[in-house]
Design a protein around this ligand. Structure first.
Ligand SMILES: Cc1cc2nc3c(=O)[nH]c(=O)nc-3n(C[C@H](O)[C@H](O)[C@H](O)COP(=O)(O)OP(=O)(O)OC[C@H]3O[C@@H](n4cnc5c(N)ncnc54)[C@H](O)[C@@H]3O)c2cc1C
Length: 325
C-alpha cells in the first residue's frame, strides 16, 4: 500500500524538484505507516535512482524504456497506473509542472481518484484529507478535502526545503507493454532552453519589465543575475515586444516561479504578472514610481531608476560575495 511518486529527470539526472516530491511523499507515507515507491521512467543510471533513498524512497520501480525519456502523457499515465496497481497504492504524487499537469488528471480519471492540483501543504488528516492550494491567481487559498478512496496530488515545486538523510532505494524493473496510442504524439524536435539556469528550477530570479526601456539595457539584468547565480525572467509585454524570448515570460499566461528570491525591475506589478510570481519566498521591487502596485507585494523595495540602481546593486553583491568567501 505504498505511496507512489512520479520522478522526473533530464538526460538521466534527477531533477531537484523530484527530490522534493519524494520527500513530500515520504512525509505522507510516514504518517500513514507505509513506504514510498518512486516511479522512474526512461534512461537513468542505478546509482542516480538509488539516491532517491536520501529523500525517503524505499523502492524504485524503473520502466527502462528509452521512449519515456521525453514526456508522453498517455504512456506515463499507463506506467503510473501499472505501478499503482502493483503496489496497491491509494496515494499518488506528481509535481505541479508540465509533466505532472499532463499526467495527474488522466491518472485520476483512470483510478477514479480525487485530485488536488498544486498542493502547498501536507494533507491534514484530522478532519479527512485536507490540502491547501492557491486559487484566484494566488490571491486566496482553498482547503480541499479529498474524499475518494484513491487520491492524486500534484505538489508545487519549491514549497518545502530539502533535508537529505542516509538511505539507498532498492531498484525493481517494471516491465510494461505499451500500446501504439500511448505514443500517439510524435516529438519531431526538441529545442532546449539555452539559459544557464532553467527558470522553473531557479532559486533566485532577476526579472525585467517595460521599465527597462529596451533590449539594449538587458545586459544590466543579466549582469546582476550572473553575479547572483540567478535565472532571468520578464513581464509579458517584454516578451511580446521580442525584447526577450517567450519562455522567460512569467505570469498568468506564462510560467510560474516560486524562487527564494524574485527581484522585479521596472515591472508595475499587474495582477496577471503577480499570478506567476507571488509564491516567491522574498520579493524585491525596483521601480521609479513609489506608487507602483508591485510595492504592495514586496518584502523590500527600492524607489529609483533601474538603469542607475542595477549597476550599484551588482557591485554591492560582488563586494559582499568577495567579503564572504
Ligand atoms: C488576459 C491577460 C493576461 C496577461 N498575462 C500576463 C502575464 O502572464 N504576465 C505579465 O507580466 N503580464 C500579463 N498581462 C499584462 C499585464 O496586465 C500588464 O500589462 C503587464 O504585466 C505590464 O508589464 P510591465 O510591468 O513590464 O509594464 P508597465 O505596466 O508598462 O510597467 C512598467 C513599470 O516600470 C516602471 N519604470 C519605468 N521606467 C523605469 C525606470 N527607469 N526604472 C525603474 N522603473 C521604471 C514604471 O513605473 C512601471 O511601474 C496580461 C494581461 C491580460 C489582459
Amino acid at each position: 500500500m505504498s505511496v507512489i511518486v512520479l520522478v522526473e529527470h533530464t538526460d538521466g539526472i534527477i531533477k531537484k524538484k523530484s527530490f522534493e516530491a519524494v520527500q513530500y511523499a515520504s512525509g505522507i507515507a510516514k504518517k500513514a505507516g507505509t513506504t514510498v515507491t518512486a516511479v522512474v521512467l526512461g534512461t537513468v543510471a542505478d546509482n542516480e535512482m538509488e539516491s532517491l533513498g536520501q529523500y525517503g524512497a524505499q523502492k524504485v520501480l524503473h520502466v527502462a524504456d528509452a521512449r519515456l525519456d521525453e514526456l508522453h502523457a498517455r504512456a506515463y499515465t499507463s506506467a503510473l497506473f501499472a505501478a499503482a496497481q502493483k503496489e496497491n497504492s491509494k496515494i499518488i504524487i506528481a509535481l505541479h509542472d508540465i509533466n505532472g499537469r499532463a499526467v495527474a488528471p488522466r491518472l485520476a480519471v483512470k483510478l477514479n481518484a480525487g485530485l488536488v492540483a498544486g498542493a502547498l501543504s501536507y494533507p491534514d488528516t484530522d478532519k479527512g484529507f485536507v490540502i491547501k492550494k492557491a486559487v484566484f491567481s494566488g490571491k486566496a487559498f482553498a482547503y480541499l478535502n479529498i474524499t475518494s478512496d484513491v487520491k492524486v496530488i500534484t505538489l508545487m515545486p519549491n514549497t518545502f526545503p530539502l533535508n537529505k538523510v542516509d538511505g539507498k532505494a532498492s531498484i525493481e524493473k517494471l516491465d510494461m507493454s505499451f500500446v501504439d496510442k500511448d505514443f500517439g504524439i510524435k516529438v519531431k524536435e526538441v529545442n532546449k532552453i539555452t539559459g544557464e539556469i532553467p527558470l522553473g528550477d531557479a532559486q533566485l530570479v532577476v526579472s525585467g519589465g517595460r521599465g527597462m526601456k529596451g533590449p539594449e539595457n538587458w545586459g544590466l539584468i543579466e549582469d546582476l543575475a550572473k553575479e547572483l547565480g540567478a535565472a532571468t525572467a520578464c513581464s509579458r509585454p517584454v516578451a511580446d515586444a521580442h525584447w526577450r524570448p517567450h519562455h522567460e515570460h512569467v505570469g498568468q499566461t506564462g510560467g510560474t516561479v516560486r524562487p527564494n528570491l524574485y527581484i522585479a525591475v521596472g515591472i508595475s506589478g499587474a495582477i496577471q504578472h503577480l499570478a506567476g510570481v507571488n509564491g516567491s519566498k522574498t520579493i524585491v521591487v525596483i521601480n521609479k514610481d513609489p506608487e507602483a502596485p508591485f510595492f504592495k507585494a514586496a518584502n523590500y523595495g527600492v524607489v529609483g531608476d533601474a538603469l542607475e540602481v542595477l549597476p550599484k546593486l551588482k557591485e554591492a553583491v560582488k563586494k559582499f560575495r568577495q567579503n564572504h568567501k
